[in-house]
Design a protein around this ligand. Sequence first.
Ligand code: NAP
Length: 492
Amino acid sequence: MTTSLAPHEQALLHRVPTRLHIAGQWVEAESGGTFAVTDPATGMTLAHVADATADDGMRALDAAAGAQKQWAQTSPRQRSEILRRAFDLVQQHADDLALLMTLEMGKPLAESRGEVTYGGEFLRWFSEEAVRVSGRYASNPEGTGTMIVSQRPVGPCLLITPWNFPFAMATRKVGPALAAGCTVILKPASLTPLTTLFFTELLREAGVPAGVVNVVTTSKSSALSRPLLADPRLRKLSFTGSTPVGKALTAQAAEGVLRVSMELGGNAPFVVFDDANIDRAVEGAMIAKFRNIGQACTAANRFIVHESVVEEFAARLTERVTRMRIGRGTDDGVDIGPLIDDDAVEKAAQLVDDAVSRGAQIHTGGSRIDGPGTFFAPTVITNVASGSEILREEIFGPVLAIATFDTEDEAVQLANNTEYGLVSYVFTENLARGHRMIDALDSGMMGLNVGVVSNAAAPFGGVKQSGVGREGGAEGIHEYLETKYTLVPTGV
Ligand code: NAP
């Protein structure tokens, strides 16, 4: 295991801005405070970044509110071209962005490169959407007037992102906000701010004007966001993170009747019918479970497998999982990096212990791996009894938990038995059954015979306690637009 940073890692870290980005300038926090960012694979400190206070947040809002009018008046084509330049710069700096993500978050380098591709696509997609916003023009039914329906930017937005996809969660919000003509305050997770800070430098280079994108890093998120949400100049909150924090922020945003987009937690069912192609189901399971070390809102959380195929499915997965290579994400051939911190390791261990105490059987893994770093062995467990915590909670770790079903109705009932509704995965070769599942499963998204659904061109989002609103697709830009209706009487 590496115990010091490689020269190229040090060189990259020296190029990352570590201050706040307010009104087009890199500035210190007013208090002069900083906090440390660490590598979860080694525990090493990577950098110290500015620790914004509530006053710094207000400075960022002053800048965003001050720039709003002029930014909204730029032509859609101008905004489109800036986003397109940002996309091109991301391609040029893809290796830097990927390495930074692996260093601060832990995922294997190949997956970080995948996130750069996925995240970059939101900049390209919304550079194209910026010039496609349209309205309506129609006679009213009485024939006494003309109804004009137009779209305008919501106004200054607060964008709060999580640590698990430090790049894509930022572009998925910044892309549509800028395309729509909104200015923003972007607050990355304190565990992974470096990728966002590097990306901000690319946005500057792409020509984003001063005040349009303000970035505040802080170790005191609530103290920073609360006064912003209470300020009438802020018009929107877009949040990606856990459901409890999303609920608390929604309540705060309600005071000012702010527009909100909430991308929250998941508890995805992965249903394998007896008529499934087991090769495809195993491939899908490996991606849906172990991508991002299991730390994805879209991670398959509950494997619900027909009794007649469970033995084969579990055996083949166990064989694959046993061969997975664990290590620092920068090392060649690593499949599983560290979890984000000690709490995450503790939670995975506790969920496995609870399941085992209720009769589950461990096929491989099942425990933490000694440090340095916060690693948990990739795990397969079967015979998970209903009532086990692992079926209720978001695991957010590399633990594949399998329960069984007999009838199609039972599969649907088990899959929907959660307060979450982000995504579901279904494996069946029966087309009619596949279509029945599209209707029957309560989730905002579904993968039919596939283990990953994300795409910048698709509307990403959940139902129930997985959130409100959609990011990406034709829908994404409307999260940042208000509809305005005007009546012009005939003859005026
Ligand atoms: P989290 O603890 O809710 O934090 C998310 C963001 O909110 C971070 O920037 C965090 O900043 C900030 N935050 C935390 N408490 C806050 C408060 N009281 N006031 C204001 N801001 C606050 O979630 P996470 O652990 O970073 O991310 C994992 C969760 O995100 C999982 O539940 C996952 O399912 C969900 N997620 C959902 C999607 C989706 O699209 N639906 C995508 C990715 C992740 P600090 O870290 O600096 O405190």
